[in-house]
Design a binder for this molecule. Sequence first.
Ligand SMILES: *Cc1c(COP(=O)(O)O)cnc(C)c1O
Length: 370
Amino acid sequence: MKTAYNFNAGPCVLPKQAIENTVKALYDFDNTGIGIAEISHRTPGWEKLMADTRQLWRDLLNIPEEYEVLFLGGGASTQFMTVPANLLNKKAAYLQTGVWAKKAAKEAKLFGETVIVASSEDKTYSYIPKGWTVPADADYFHITTNNTIYGTEIRRDMDASEINNVMLVADMSSDIMSRPVDVKKYGLIYGGAQKNVGPAGVTFVIVRKDILGKITDRQYMNPLPTMVDYRTHAAEEAKNISMFNTPPVINIYMMYETLKWVKELGGVEAMNKINVEKSNLLYEEIDRNSMFIGTAEKDSRSIMNHCFVMAPGYEDKQDAFMAFAKERGMVGIKGHRSVGGFRASLYNACPKSAVEALVQCMQDFEKQNK
Ligand SMILES: *Cc1c(COP(=O)(O)O)cnc(C)c1O
């Protein structure tokens, strides 16, 4: 097979071991002689797989008992609507750090008053805004911890005192499982799997049970349609099954294998350490190399997505570098059209050797073109 260094932003690189084991399970799940896509989701083997996957989430992120872990369909984008449907009684607050955050806030507006506490849209979302205040009467405060398109990240868990004791809700699509998270500080965490925990098609939701079923004043979408109400999917948790309808079985299986791999490597603390190392390696080169500059403000930089453009005076070399990098096997480094230039996504499964190859490629390009 051709050597490719995969820097795609999502869907993206996944652990080889997880891919191999999923392929095996497609032929033969759990020594049944039948593949994972061909069995009933009500067989004990599958129910155990669901329970084991949920337990991996609990173990890796230290998720307390009072939270449910749900695996749903529809992607993170569906959660933009489901979150306010379940939690927005009168007012919600959003920190607008990118188009995903903006899209999330747009859905909230359907359900009630939506306050944008701050936005970095003025500078193409190249920084995380500071100095904002969350209205104390908001039902929740929504953040996007990692802004995949712009390479900015809130890499810490906010304290209640910083956000007026308002319940914190986070879209963690692109940095979940990349670092330890203090789940207790959040009412709800959600995301699409396809950046760090598996293939596209399954969405994770970690939700504190006591915040659900509290919509009293709202007219719109009240009562909730069955599939939209998180309680529908959590109802069978006592039996550790939690499958109201047929779940995306292949996706969940591959998520299970991906999380097993994370656990084997030492869990999220170990992932964080490796991720910081990989990220530093690339940012050091972006900052050192006279032909490139980073686009995100330094104190807002993501350790998952690294955005850079040609430095002033070298703008005309963009296509040449793209071709040069392609020749060296670099895949998926084209920046999002709203930022331009390049973006290298270094998710959990991206090996350090790939980052080293990219750094070498940037150094060689500088030597040949300066
Ligand atoms: C990719 C992404 C989304 C969209 O996820 P879908 O599963 O495609 O709906 C939302 N938020 C963030 C931060 C993302 O990176």
